[in-house]
Design a protein around this ligand. Structure first.
Ligand SMILES: [Zn+2]
Length: 210
């Protein structure tokens, strides 16, 4: 009995260690830029960006591989967030890393994210997007959010976020609904000028401002 318990305990420890190792390894990609990124990032005007993303029913190796390729593409483009629709994949998956200069700091992988609460307090902050390169404009968003999601191992998680993380999560979650940050820009004059300057069409903006 005693031996059995010990055995099963040591087994469960081994299992835990393996799970921990796997969990760590599942998102361990180099942050060094690649000569050729694995995925092409779609830009404003591309219809892929306007599709609604589907929920992921099973978090398996194919999803983890996709997250890794998204991270590699994001690091190569020097971005801090990337959503699957930006690389033409219609799934509710996004990756975020606010510390791209620190190799050991882990990225955030969010699967099927849902915001359950947002603060009444809003903040204005300048946003940019890998799908609209060169364009940086002010967007107003709730300053704090609470969300639930699954991590890269499929585990259900909840988190509260504020500051740049909250901003970035909301921006990336918009992508899952086919919404781009330029749709939320209030200053239409600045928006038109910035888009024209960088070769984008104002008709590709689906303004949410009334
Ligand atoms: Zn974006």
């Amino acid at each position: 009995m005693c031996t059995d318990t010990k055995l099963s305990l040591s087994r469960s420890f081994a299992q835990l260690a393996r799970t921990a190792e796997k969990s760590k390894a599942s998102i361990a990609v180099s942050k060094e830029p690649l000569e050729t990124p694995p995925l092409e990032i779609h830009t404003l005007g591309d219809r892929a960006l306007r599709k609604e993303a589907r929920r992921i029913s099973k978090v398996d190796d194919s999803i983890r591989d996709l997250a890794k390729d998204m991270l590699r593409s994001m690091y190569t483009a020097k971005g801090i967030g990337l959503a699957a629709p930006q690389i033409g994949i219609n799934k509710q998956l996004l990756v975020i890393d606010l510390d791209i200069e620190t190799p050991s700091s882990p990225p955030l992988i969010l699967i099927n994210p849902e915001i359950s609460n947002e603060s009444a307090t809003v903040e204005t902050y300048e946003e940019g997007c890998l799908s609209i390169p060169g364009v940086y404009l002010n967007v107003i968003r709730p300053s704090e959010i609470t969300l639930s999601f699954r991590d890269e191992m499929g585990r259900p998680k909840k988190m509260k976020a504020d500051g740049l993380v909250a901003r970035c999560i909301q921006h990336e979650m918009d992508h899952l609904n086919g919404v781009l940050f330029v749709d939320r820009v209030s200053d239409q004059k600045q928006l038109q000028e910035a888009l024209q300057e960088h070769g984008f069409q104002t008709t590709d903006v689906h303004s949410l401002r009334i």
